[in-house]
Design a protein around this ligand. Structure first.
Ligand SMILES: Cc1ncc(C[n+]2csc(CCOP(=O)(O)OP(=O)(O)O)c2C)c(N)n1
Length: 293
């Protein structure tokens, strides 16, 4: 993060794309580290959504440990709660809790369990039963409108989560109440727990479905950090009070070659040898990004 002196004011300039890229790699390493040590976790889906969380928390959203109790903060609600490892490593990096706490991930009596819980500082809502995050986010965004508040609500869903009926009630309601302060993001990695989403319960075409419900829809490469930043900067996407949907095209297991697009890594835990191999791939990726200072 750069801090610039201009007259009497300090301006905190958001991270550069290279800084964000380095963060993404470090986050991927941390996701694998804590899943490996816990011997449990949702690896593939955490690696597919981490670039989205990186941009949201380090660029787009106005939320931090300092303002987390403020009613004006932006809200992030992770509907695909099983990918909690992605959320935990980002919250730790932002200072919501000491990263060392994650050594207790999935251990007896730890609050750092396999799904988000509000016992962890920085977590807005308990999720994990799919289909809850969007309805809760609609209620939160509607509350903002009723209270004349300017905060935005971001929620992350999986494409395999979309068949839950509650999502479609929420989609209808969001458009009815003109919730242009709401942004739903689909981590569209095209796989779910037991197979390709198109085979388990096809949800395509996602864009046409949401557009017909009255949403403004954008597609983005969910691993292109500058495209993600630009997309989120464009919210609200249209005039007229439409809720915003970002369809982020992602790869399950992204960043670790042997995990990419392989179903078993939905909640697979690497062996020690696989873990070392993954770290070495990520370390190699890190050195290809030059410093920009
Ligand atoms: C109501 C409910 N039904 C079933 C599950 C079990 N489950 C956990 S993850 C998952 C697949 C979700 O697929 P997707 O949303 O595409 O997640 P991703 O591939 O991004 O990890 C399922 C069915 C659940 N958590 N909640």
């Amino acid at each position: 993060m750069k801090i610039t002196w201009a007259g009497k004011h300090f301006y905190i300039i958001s991270m550069t794309i290279k800084q964000l890229q380095k963060k993404s790699i470090q986050y991927r390493k941390n996701i694998l580290k804590y899943i490996f040590h816990a011997n449990a976790g949702h690896t593939g889906g955490s690696l597919s959504c981490i670039d989205i969380l990186n941009v949201l928390y380090n660029d787009t959203m106005n939320v931090s440990p300092e303002n987390f109790r403020s009613p004006d903060r932006d809200r992030y609600i992770q509907s695909k709660g099983h990918s909690v490892e992605a959320l935990f490593v980002v919250l730790a990096d932002k200072g919501f809790f000491p990263e060392l706490d994650l050594n207790t991930l999935c251990k007896y009596n730890s609050h750092y369990i396999g799904h988000p819980t509000r016992k962890v500082n920085g977590v807005e809502q308990n999720t994990g039963a799919l289909g809850h995050g969007l309805p809760i986010s609609v209620g939160t965004a509607l509350a903002a409108k009723l209270d004349n508040k300017k905060f935005r609500v971001f929620t992350l869903l999986g494409d395999g989560e979309l068949p839950e009926g509650s999502n479609w009630e929420a989609a209808l309601t969001a458009a009815h109440y003109k919730l242009d302060n709401l942004c739903a993001i689909i981590d569209n990695n095209k796989l779910q727990i037991t197979g390709p989403t198109a085979e388990v319960c096809n949800t395509d075409p996602i864009d046409a479905k949401f557009e017909s419900f009255g949403w403004a829809v954008r597609h983005v490469d969910g691993h292109d950090l500058s495209a993600l930043k630009e997309t989120f900067d464009g919210i609200p996407f249209t005039k007229g009070g439409k809720p915003n949907l970002v369809i982020a095209h992602t790869i399950k297991g992204k960043g670790v070659s042997y995990m990419e697009n392989v179903i078993k890594w939905h909640h697979g835990v690497p062996t020690e040898k696989q873990y070392e191999e993954a770290l070495s791939e990520l370390d190699n990726a890190m050195i290809t990004i030059p410093d920009d200072f």
